[in-house]
Design a binder for this molecule. Structure first.
Ligand SMILES: [Zn+2]
Length: 255
């Protein structure tokens, strides 16, 4: 075990004792996992950098109503974002995915039917990922390079299948899980993002939430405020090109 890994595990231990939220929000999390996968470069949670930029991400779309409205709000602030799309919805709304790319956003793979991956065979995993790659390609001629599993689930098999499909495995910053999928109220979503915002954060939101416009309303407050603070909004692939500052990586864990 490297010195770096030992230090990171120590930091996690401190973080857990200080912040019980981490354990309740991630019940399946094991201490060594993040350090292990982050160090191997297999999973990205965030990009600790001194450059003042943030990656907003939206899962579960495309949706002809909500996604279209989100795209308009993003345009108003010249913000670029990443949409992790569900393959079968891409087939239903190809024009929305075309619009996302045309407006300078990135499109990532979020599986074909949004199933639970826990306990799934490798063959079915492969099916979910490749069918979505095909759906995106057919709709747009674009080959996605990012994968985010539903529910943030990961195991060795899924990481391998993702690699075999040339997809980078992307999760999100722990302190940037807005839980907007359960419509917790606009204020809660806004507060979640604006509390402890840090350069290189990856923010988790959704552009398809049944009977809710809260994400759109929250964005109308989040975007101007963060812009005022000097942040720019970039796609995940662009964020990945920014320089990681190792010291920041350790500080981030203990928050
Ligand atoms: Zn999802």
């Amino acid at each position: 075990m490297s010195k770096y890994t030992r230090l990171l595990i120590l930091m996690f231990t401190i973080a857990f004792s200080l912040n019980p939220h981490l354990t309740s929000a991630h019940p399946t999390f094991h201490l060594k996992d993040r350090a292990y996968y982050e160090e191997r470069g297999d999973i990205v949670w965030e990009v600790p950098t001194e450059d003042k930029c943030i990656a907003l991400t939206f899962d579960d779309g495309p949706d002809h109503r909500q996604t279209a409205q989100i795209l308009d709000v993003l345009d108003q602030y010249n913000a670029k974002a990443t949409f992790f799309v569900v393959g079968e919805r891409v087939e239903r709304y190809p024009e929305i995915v075309q619009m996302q790319l045309a407006r300078g956003h990135e499109v990532g793979n979020h599986s074909y039917r949004h199933p639970l991956f826990r306990g799934m065979s490798k063959g079915n995993m492969q099916n979910e990922l490749s069918k979505t790659q095909q759906a995106i390609f057919q709709a747009t001629g674009y080959k996605s390079v990012l994968f985010r599993p539903p529910g943030g689930f990961y195991n060795e098999a899924l990481i391998n299948v993702s690699k075999q499909n040339d997809l980078k495995f992307i999760l999100w910053s722990w302190h940037q899980d807005t839980k907007d999928w359960k419509a917790p109220g606009v204020d809660k979503i806004v507060k979640r993002v604006l509390t402890g915002t840090r350069s290189g954060d990856i923010v988790l939101m959704h552009d398809f939430v049944a009977n809710s416009t809260q994400t759109i309303e929250a964005l109308k407050q989040i975007l101007p405020e963060l812009k005022k603070q000097g942040y720019s909004f970039v796609t995940v692939s662009e964020l990945l090109t920014h320089k990681v500052t190792p010291d920041l990586q350790l500080k981030k864990v203990i928050h």
